[in-house]
Design a protein around this ligand. Structure first.
Ligand SMILES: [Fe+2]
Ligand SMILES: [Fe+2]
Length: 358
Protein backbone atom coordinates (compact mmCIF):
# COMPACT_ATOMS: atom_id res chain seq x y z
CA UNK A 1 0.00 0.00 0.00
CA UNK A 2 1.16 3.56 -0.64
CA UNK A 3 2.67 5.33 2.35
CA UNK A 4 0.61 7.94 4.16
CA UNK A 5 2.93 10.63 2.68
CA UNK A 6 2.40 9.39 -0.87
CA UNK A 7 -1.34 9.35 -0.37
CA UNK A 8 -1.24 12.87 1.07
CA UNK A 9 0.68 14.21 -1.89
CA UNK A 10 -1.74 12.51 -4.25
CA UNK A 11 -4.60 14.20 -2.44
CA UNK A 12 -2.78 17.53 -2.74
CA UNK A 13 -2.37 16.99 -6.48
CA UNK A 14 -6.04 16.16 -6.67
CA UNK A 15 -7.04 19.47 -5.15
CA UNK A 16 -4.64 21.54 -7.27
CA UNK A 17 -4.86 19.93 -10.71
CA UNK A 18 -7.93 17.80 -10.79
CA UNK A 19 -8.25 17.43 -14.56
CA UNK A 20 -4.66 16.43 -15.21
CA UNK A 21 -4.59 14.30 -12.12
CA UNK A 22 -7.63 12.32 -12.99
CA UNK A 23 -7.08 12.06 -16.72
CA UNK A 24 -3.41 11.17 -16.64
CA UNK A 25 -2.69 9.62 -13.30
CA UNK A 26 -5.57 7.85 -11.64
CA UNK A 27 -8.14 7.09 -14.35
CA UNK A 28 -10.88 6.77 -11.78
CA UNK A 29 -14.50 7.69 -11.54
CA UNK A 30 -14.59 11.35 -11.13
CA UNK A 31 -16.39 14.50 -10.63
CA UNK A 32 -14.98 17.98 -10.08
CA UNK A 33 -16.88 20.78 -8.48
CA UNK A 34 -16.65 24.16 -10.12
CA UNK A 35 -18.86 25.85 -7.54
CA UNK A 36 -21.94 25.35 -9.71
CA UNK A 37 -22.59 21.96 -11.16
CA UNK A 38 -20.40 18.87 -10.68
CA UNK A 39 -18.59 17.86 -13.86
CA UNK A 40 -17.84 14.25 -14.62
CA UNK A 41 -14.39 14.08 -16.21
CA UNK A 42 -13.84 10.41 -16.77
CA UNK A 43 -15.20 7.08 -15.77
CA UNK A 44 -12.97 4.37 -14.50
CA UNK A 45 -12.80 1.10 -16.40
CA UNK A 46 -10.49 -1.50 -15.03
CA UNK A 47 -8.52 -3.36 -17.71
CA UNK A 48 -9.75 -6.68 -16.38
CA UNK A 49 -13.25 -5.40 -15.81
CA UNK A 50 -15.97 -7.99 -15.85
CA UNK A 51 -18.43 -7.93 -18.71
CA UNK A 52 -21.34 -8.53 -16.35
CA UNK A 53 -24.17 -6.12 -16.98
CA UNK A 54 -24.46 -5.90 -13.20
CA UNK A 55 -21.52 -3.55 -13.30
CA UNK A 56 -22.58 -1.48 -16.31
CA UNK A 57 -21.76 2.17 -16.19
CA UNK A 58 -21.75 5.37 -18.19
CA UNK A 59 -20.20 8.79 -17.74
CA UNK A 60 -23.30 10.93 -17.96
CA UNK A 61 -25.31 10.57 -14.82
CA UNK A 62 -23.40 11.34 -11.63
CA UNK A 63 -24.79 14.88 -11.57
CA UNK A 64 -28.25 13.37 -11.53
CA UNK A 65 -27.68 12.07 -8.00
CA UNK A 66 -26.23 15.32 -6.73
CA UNK A 67 -28.17 18.28 -8.08
CA UNK A 68 -27.39 21.96 -7.72
CA UNK A 69 -26.12 22.56 -4.17
CA UNK A 70 -26.66 26.33 -4.23
CA UNK A 71 -30.32 27.14 -4.72
CA UNK A 72 -31.23 30.86 -4.72
CA UNK A 73 -32.43 30.92 -1.08
CA UNK A 74 -30.46 28.10 0.55
CA UNK A 75 -26.83 27.10 0.71
CA UNK A 76 -26.35 23.72 2.30
CA UNK A 77 -28.42 21.12 4.09
CA UNK A 78 -26.86 19.91 7.32
CA UNK A 79 -27.15 16.22 8.23
CA UNK A 80 -30.22 15.52 10.34
CA UNK A 81 -28.18 13.25 12.62
CA UNK A 82 -24.65 14.41 13.36
CA UNK A 83 -22.24 11.52 13.15
CA UNK A 84 -20.38 10.66 16.39
CA UNK A 85 -16.62 11.25 16.29
CA UNK A 86 -14.50 8.09 15.92
CA UNK A 87 -10.84 8.06 16.96
CA UNK A 88 -8.16 6.49 14.75
CA UNK A 89 -7.59 3.76 17.34
CA UNK A 90 -11.28 2.93 17.52
CA UNK A 91 -11.41 2.67 13.72
CA UNK A 92 -8.42 0.34 13.55
CA UNK A 93 -9.68 -1.79 16.45
CA UNK A 94 -12.85 -3.02 14.71
CA UNK A 95 -12.89 -6.81 14.55
CA UNK A 96 -14.71 -9.50 12.62
CA UNK A 97 -17.11 -11.29 14.95
CA UNK A 98 -19.92 -13.80 14.96
CA UNK A 99 -22.68 -14.28 17.49
CA UNK A 100 -23.54 -17.93 17.95
CA UNK A 101 -27.11 -18.80 17.05
CA UNK A 102 -28.88 -19.95 20.21
CA UNK A 103 -32.50 -20.65 19.29
CA UNK A 104 -34.72 -21.26 16.28
CA UNK A 105 -35.24 -17.54 15.71
CA UNK A 106 -31.46 -17.01 15.50
CA UNK A 107 -31.11 -19.95 13.11
CA UNK A 108 -33.82 -18.61 10.82
CA UNK A 109 -32.08 -15.22 10.75
CA UNK A 110 -28.67 -16.77 10.09
CA UNK A 111 -29.99 -19.04 7.33
CA UNK A 112 -31.66 -16.07 5.63
CA UNK A 113 -28.42 -14.06 5.69
CA UNK A 114 -26.35 -16.99 4.40
CA UNK A 115 -28.81 -17.50 1.54
CA UNK A 116 -28.75 -13.83 0.61
CA UNK A 117 -24.97 -13.77 0.76
CA UNK A 118 -24.74 -16.79 -1.52
CA UNK A 119 -27.05 -15.12 -4.07
CA UNK A 120 -25.16 -11.85 -3.99
CA UNK A 121 -21.77 -13.57 -4.30
CA UNK A 122 -23.09 -15.35 -7.36
CA UNK A 123 -24.44 -12.16 -8.93
CA UNK A 124 -21.35 -10.05 -8.27
CA UNK A 125 -18.72 -12.69 -8.99
CA UNK A 126 -17.38 -12.56 -5.42
CA UNK A 127 -15.65 -15.87 -4.66
CA UNK A 128 -13.43 -15.21 -1.70
CA UNK A 129 -13.33 -18.75 -0.33
CA UNK A 130 -12.62 -20.31 -3.75
CA UNK A 131 -9.92 -17.69 -4.35
CA UNK A 132 -8.24 -18.50 -1.05
CA UNK A 133 -8.24 -22.27 -1.62
CA UNK A 134 -7.00 -21.95 -5.22
CA UNK A 135 -4.46 -19.34 -4.06
CA UNK A 136 -2.80 -21.94 -1.83
CA UNK A 137 -2.21 -24.20 -4.84
CA UNK A 138 -1.75 -21.72 -7.67
CA UNK A 139 -1.61 -18.06 -6.61
CA UNK A 140 -1.31 -16.74 -10.17
CA UNK A 141 -4.35 -18.58 -11.45
CA UNK A 142 -6.30 -17.53 -8.36
CA UNK A 143 -5.60 -13.87 -9.14
CA UNK A 144 -6.54 -14.32 -12.80
CA UNK A 145 -9.74 -16.15 -12.02
CA UNK A 146 -11.11 -14.56 -8.87
CA UNK A 147 -9.26 -11.31 -8.11
CA UNK A 148 -11.60 -8.62 -6.81
CA UNK A 149 -10.94 -5.31 -8.53
CA UNK A 150 -11.88 -1.83 -7.37
CA UNK A 151 -14.74 -1.93 -9.85
CA UNK A 152 -16.14 -5.22 -8.57
CA UNK A 153 -15.88 -4.10 -4.95
CA UNK A 154 -17.55 -0.80 -5.72
CA UNK A 155 -20.47 -2.50 -7.47
CA UNK A 156 -20.90 -4.78 -4.54
CA UNK A 157 -20.74 -1.91 -2.07
CA UNK A 158 -23.31 0.15 -3.97
CA UNK A 159 -25.73 -2.75 -4.24
CA UNK A 160 -25.32 -3.71 -0.58
CA UNK A 161 -25.71 -0.18 0.72
CA UNK A 162 -28.82 0.35 -1.40
CA UNK A 163 -30.56 -2.46 0.49
CA UNK A 164 -28.87 -1.87 3.85
CA UNK A 165 -30.88 1.30 4.39
CA UNK A 166 -34.19 -0.58 4.25
CA UNK A 167 -34.50 -2.50 7.57
CA UNK A 168 -33.99 0.48 9.89
CA UNK A 169 -36.58 2.50 8.00
CA UNK A 170 -39.12 -0.34 8.01
CA UNK A 171 -38.56 -1.10 11.70
CA UNK A 172 -38.69 2.60 12.65
CA UNK A 173 -41.84 3.12 10.58
CA UNK A 174 -43.62 0.10 12.07
CA UNK A 175 -42.71 1.08 15.63
CA UNK A 176 -43.86 4.63 14.90
CA UNK A 177 -47.22 3.37 13.66
CA UNK A 178 -47.54 0.96 16.55
CA UNK A 179 -46.84 3.69 19.07
CA UNK A 180 -49.63 5.81 17.60
CA UNK A 181 -52.00 2.88 17.15
CA UNK A 182 -51.60 1.64 20.70
CA UNK A 183 -51.30 5.14 22.13
CA UNK A 184 -48.20 4.36 24.13
CA UNK A 185 -44.56 5.36 24.18
CA UNK A 186 -41.91 3.69 22.03
CA UNK A 187 -39.07 3.99 24.58
CA UNK A 188 -36.54 5.54 22.23
CA UNK A 189 -36.12 2.85 19.56
CA UNK A 190 -37.49 4.74 16.56
CA UNK A 191 -34.81 7.39 16.34
CA UNK A 192 -31.92 4.90 16.51
CA UNK A 193 -33.53 2.80 13.77
CA UNK A 194 -34.12 5.77 11.49
CA UNK A 195 -30.62 7.05 12.18
CA UNK A 196 -29.24 3.69 11.11
CA UNK A 197 -31.04 3.84 7.77
CA UNK A 198 -29.88 7.43 7.33
CA UNK A 199 -26.31 6.35 7.98
CA UNK A 200 -26.61 3.53 5.43
CA UNK A 201 -27.91 5.99 2.86
CA UNK A 202 -24.89 8.19 3.52
CA UNK A 203 -22.69 5.17 2.75
CA UNK A 204 -24.54 4.75 -0.54
CA UNK A 205 -24.32 8.44 -1.45
CA UNK A 206 -20.59 8.40 -0.71
CA UNK A 207 -20.03 5.46 -3.06
CA UNK A 208 -22.21 7.11 -5.70
CA UNK A 209 -19.78 10.03 -5.65
CA UNK A 210 -17.17 7.56 -6.86
CA UNK A 211 -19.04 5.44 -9.35
CA UNK A 212 -22.20 5.71 -11.35
CA UNK A 213 -24.24 2.52 -11.61
CA UNK A 214 -25.41 1.41 -15.05
CA UNK A 215 -28.96 0.50 -16.02
CA UNK A 216 -28.61 -3.15 -15.03
CA UNK A 217 -27.52 -2.23 -11.54
CA UNK A 218 -30.42 0.21 -11.22
CA UNK A 219 -32.91 -2.47 -12.22
CA UNK A 220 -31.34 -4.87 -9.73
CA UNK A 221 -31.55 -2.26 -6.98
CA UNK A 222 -35.17 -1.51 -7.85
CA UNK A 223 -36.12 -5.20 -7.77
CA UNK A 224 -34.13 -5.86 -4.61
CA UNK A 225 -35.73 -2.92 -2.84
CA UNK A 226 -39.23 -3.94 -3.89
CA UNK A 227 -38.78 -7.47 -2.65
CA UNK A 228 -36.69 -6.68 0.43
CA UNK A 229 -38.88 -3.84 1.71
CA UNK A 230 -42.02 -5.94 1.57
CA UNK A 231 -40.35 -9.04 2.98
CA UNK A 232 -38.97 -6.95 5.84
CA UNK A 233 -42.33 -5.29 6.43
CA UNK A 234 -44.16 -8.59 6.82
CA UNK A 235 -41.33 -10.25 8.77
CA UNK A 236 -41.09 -7.35 11.23
CA UNK A 237 -44.81 -7.60 11.94
CA UNK A 238 -44.43 -11.34 12.59
CA UNK A 239 -41.14 -11.36 14.57
CA UNK A 240 -39.22 -8.13 15.17
CA UNK A 241 -36.68 -9.99 17.30
CA UNK A 242 -35.76 -12.29 14.40
CA UNK A 243 -35.48 -9.26 12.11
CA UNK A 244 -33.02 -7.51 14.43
CA UNK A 245 -30.98 -10.70 14.66
CA UNK A 246 -31.09 -10.95 10.86
CA UNK A 247 -29.71 -7.40 10.55
CA UNK A 248 -27.08 -8.23 13.18
CA UNK A 249 -25.88 -11.16 11.06
CA UNK A 250 -26.07 -9.05 7.90
CA UNK A 251 -23.84 -6.46 9.55
CA UNK A 252 -21.38 -9.19 10.53
CA UNK A 253 -21.05 -9.86 6.80
CA UNK A 254 -20.67 -6.15 6.05
CA UNK A 255 -17.79 -5.86 8.55
CA UNK A 256 -16.21 -8.92 6.96
CA UNK A 257 -16.48 -7.51 3.43
CA UNK A 258 -15.05 -4.10 4.36
CA UNK A 259 -12.25 -5.75 6.34
CA UNK A 260 -11.32 -7.75 3.22
CA UNK A 261 -11.39 -4.60 1.11
CA UNK A 262 -9.04 -2.86 3.54
CA UNK A 263 -6.76 -5.93 3.60
CA UNK A 264 -6.67 -6.06 -0.22
CA UNK A 265 -5.91 -2.35 -0.30
CA UNK A 266 -3.07 -2.79 2.19
CA UNK A 267 -1.73 -5.72 0.18
CA UNK A 268 -1.46 -3.54 -2.94
CA UNK A 269 -4.22 -5.39 -4.80
CA UNK A 270 -6.32 -2.25 -5.33
CA UNK A 271 -3.86 0.29 -6.74
CA UNK A 272 -6.54 2.71 -7.95
CA UNK A 273 -7.76 3.18 -4.39
CA UNK A 274 -4.32 3.80 -2.94
CA UNK A 275 -4.28 7.35 -4.20
CA UNK A 276 -7.99 8.05 -4.13
CA UNK A 277 -9.30 10.74 -1.80
CA UNK A 278 -12.57 10.49 0.12
CA UNK A 279 -15.30 12.69 -1.42
CA UNK A 280 -16.14 16.01 0.22
CA UNK A 281 -19.51 14.72 1.34
CA UNK A 282 -17.79 11.97 3.33
CA UNK A 283 -15.20 14.30 4.84
CA UNK A 284 -17.98 16.52 6.17
CA UNK A 285 -20.31 13.76 7.34
CA UNK A 286 -17.70 11.78 9.31
CA UNK A 287 -15.65 14.83 10.28
CA UNK A 288 -12.60 13.14 8.80
CA UNK A 289 -9.51 14.92 10.15
CA UNK A 290 -6.92 16.45 7.82
CA UNK A 291 -4.38 13.84 6.69
CA UNK A 292 -6.94 11.05 7.19
CA UNK A 293 -9.15 11.51 4.15
CA UNK A 294 -8.10 8.71 1.83
CA UNK A 295 -10.14 5.83 0.45
CA UNK A 296 -8.64 3.61 3.14
CA UNK A 297 -9.76 6.01 5.86
CA UNK A 298 -13.22 6.10 4.32
CA UNK A 299 -13.45 2.30 4.39
CA UNK A 300 -12.39 2.36 8.05
CA UNK A 301 -15.23 4.76 8.91
CA UNK A 302 -17.82 2.77 7.00
CA UNK A 303 -16.65 -0.49 8.55
CA UNK A 304 -16.93 1.07 12.01
CA UNK A 305 -20.51 2.14 11.23
CA UNK A 306 -21.34 -1.42 10.19
CA UNK A 307 -19.82 -2.70 13.42
CA UNK A 308 -22.06 -0.26 15.30
CA UNK A 309 -25.15 -1.53 13.45
CA UNK A 310 -24.05 -5.09 14.26
CA UNK A 311 -23.90 -4.23 17.96
CA UNK A 312 -27.19 -2.29 17.96
CA UNK A 313 -29.19 -4.96 16.17
CA UNK A 314 -27.80 -7.91 18.10
CA UNK A 315 -28.60 -5.99 21.29
CA UNK A 316 -32.14 -5.06 20.18
CA UNK A 317 -32.62 -8.72 19.24
CA UNK A 318 -31.92 -9.63 22.89
CA UNK A 319 -34.56 -7.32 24.33
CA UNK A 320 -38.26 -7.43 25.06
CA UNK A 321 -39.60 -5.75 21.93
CA UNK A 322 -42.67 -4.31 23.63
CA UNK A 323 -41.44 -2.86 26.91
CA UNK A 324 -37.67 -2.47 27.08
CA UNK A 325 -36.12 0.98 26.58
CA UNK A 326 -33.51 1.52 23.87
CA UNK A 327 -30.18 1.05 25.72
CA UNK A 328 -28.31 3.20 23.18
CA UNK A 329 -30.09 6.39 24.19
CA UNK A 330 -30.62 5.57 27.88
CA UNK A 331 -28.85 7.32 30.75
CA UNK A 332 -27.00 4.93 33.04
CA UNK A 333 -26.97 5.13 36.82
CA UNK A 334 -23.21 4.53 36.83
CA UNK A 335 -21.88 6.12 33.62
CA UNK A 336 -18.30 5.20 34.55
CA UNK A 337 -19.08 1.54 33.76
CA UNK A 338 -18.98 0.43 30.09
CA UNK A 339 -22.48 0.75 28.62
CA UNK A 340 -24.18 1.05 25.22
CA UNK A 341 -23.84 4.51 23.66
CA UNK A 342 -24.17 6.32 20.34
CA UNK A 343 -20.44 6.08 19.61
CA UNK A 344 -18.07 3.12 19.52
CA UNK A 345 -16.15 3.70 22.74
CA UNK A 346 -17.70 0.60 24.37
CA UNK A 347 -18.41 -1.39 21.20
CA UNK A 348 -19.61 -4.94 21.84
CA UNK A 349 -19.41 -6.96 18.60
CA UNK A 350 -21.97 -9.62 19.53
CA UNK A 351 -24.34 -7.20 21.26
CA UNK A 352 -25.24 -6.55 24.89
CA UNK A 353 -27.23 -9.17 26.77
CA UNK A 354 -30.51 -8.01 28.27
CA UNK A 355 -29.36 -8.43 31.85
CA UNK A 356 -26.37 -6.15 31.20
CA UNK A 357 -28.43 -3.18 30.08
CA UNK A 358 -31.95 -3.35 31.50
FE1 LIG B 1 -23.45 0.46 5.16
FE1 LIG C 1 -24.85 -1.43 8.17
Amino acid sequence: MASRGAVKSAVAVHSQQPAAYFNNAIKSPLVIHTGRRPICLATYRHPTASKRYFSGTGPSGIKEFFPEPNAPQTRITQPAWKHPIYSQKQLEDIVIAHRQAKDWSDWVALAAVRTLRWGLDLATGYKHDKAVSLGKRDPQQAVQKYAMTERKYMNRNIFLESVAGVPGMVAGMLRHLRSMRRMRRDNGWIETLLEESYNERMHLLTFLKMREPGWFMRVMVLCAQGVFFNAMFVSYLVSPRTCHRFVGYLEEEAVLTYTREIADLDAGKLPEWETMAAPDLAVKYWNMPEGYRTMRDLLLYIRADEAKHREVNHTLGNLDQDDDPNPFVSEYKDPSQPHPSKGIEYLKPTGWERKEVI
